[in-house]
Design a binder for this molecule. Structure first.
Ligand SMILES: [Zn+2]
Length: 338
């Protein structure tokens, strides 16, 4: 079996280790480190990282990793799982998407050991973690005051990435190109196949997003034969979106939303009314294409040009997909209405 060294520590087969990867101190002289847990099976197999909070205010992923590791029966039998719940540790401390130098860590890859603070953290994460990995799952949420329907984004032109994206088992899979400077771009350059999970909103725990994410990560580990197979549960049919787009505000004012995440949208539908503070309706935001609502702004105030609704476009029948999304939501949160 190949030797695995992280942060100067050798990880033995059949072991569980907790490692603290040192990064720059705070100016208060307090030490800062990235906490990492490594689960190495006795048998040889793939190495996979699960990362969260690359954007420091995106908390659902931290909770997904916490629940995964606390499962009584969680055991890696083949290969290695490296869990990094808080990649942008500074952002988590400050409840901020960004690094203390106001850079976006997910635009600072591959980084360098002599670069900015963001570049240094990116470099450490890439060399200490990603460089060992065949696969990765990067957990995100929408930005602040924006919610996402649970969805996987991945480069579906790669066969194995596509297989894992579908195995994750959320209803919507978005074929997405690589963003410059992102973790995913650098990981792919390292030949690591990466899924990006997007669900919920920044600075919130969203139960549906957490449950769907936990199930998804488990499904991927199952697909790769890394954990003991659990009893087969109902599987979800994922639908692949060919493209997606944001619908923007056509006026400034107060918003009255007409739709919720996962809803089917038909071209010409009224999605929101934008009104003045005195109550007159200034404009109606209408769908320009049919699709499914996968992301939306939650603040009921908009300025003209602001992104309001993120809509995924499919080649399949949209109402089948919307119905399916609703069923999946009911399965994950059976007592949601009580
Ligand atoms: Zn993010």
């Amino acid at each position: 079996m190949k030797e695995l060294i992280i942060g100067g520590y050798t990880i033995e087969p059949g072991s569980k280790s907790k490692i603290e990867l040192s990064v720059a101190k705070l100016y208060t002289d307090a030490e800062v480190s990235l906490p990492i847990k490594v689960f190495r099976g006795k048998k040889d197999g793939p190495t996979l990282f699960i990362s969260a909070a690359v954007h420091g205010d995106e908390l659902n992923g931290i909770e997904i990793i916490r629940r995964l590791m606390n499962q009584k029966n969680f055991e890696v039998i083949r290969g290695t799982v490296i869990a990094v719940p808080m990649v942008n540790i500074y952002g988590v401390v400050n409840q901020s998407r960004y690094m203390p130098d106001r850079r976006d860590l997910n635009r600072s890859f591959p980084g360098s050991s002599q670069g900015s603070l963001a570049a240094r953290v990116a470099h450490i994460f890439l060399t200490e973690i990603v460089s060992h990995c065949d696969y990765g799952i990067d957990l995100h949420t929408g930005a602040i005051h924006r919610s996402n329907l649970p969805q996987i984004r991945a480069d579906l032109s790669d066969e194995k990435t596509k297989e894992l994206a579908l195995a994750f088992g959320v209803p919507v899979v978005l074929n997405s190109t690589l963003v410059d400077g992102s973790l995913r771009e650098s990981a792919v350059a390292n030949k690591t196949k990466v899924l990006l999970y997007e669900a919920g909103e920044a600075l919130r725990f969203d139960e549906l997003s957490i449950r769907a994410g936990l199930k998804g990560v488990t499904n991927v580990l199952n697909n790769l034969g890394m954990i003991k197979k659990t009893a087969k549960k109902k599987t979800t049919t994922p639908y692949i979106a060919n493209s997606s787009g944001w619908l923007r505000a056509n006026a400034s004012g107060f918003v009255s939303q007409k739709i919720k995440l996962g809803d089917q949208i038909v071209k010409g539908d009224s999605l929101a009314e934008i009104g003045s503070p005195y109550g007159d309706i200034i404009n109606t935001v209408k769908a320009t294409r049919s699709g499914i609502l996968i992301g939306m702004q939650n603040i009921p105030l908009v300025q003209e040009g602001e992104a309001m609704f993120h809509i995924a476009y499919f080649s399949e029948d949209d109402d089948t997909i919307a119905e399916h999304i609703e069923t999946v939501q009911e399965q994950l949160l059976p007592d949601y209405d009580s």
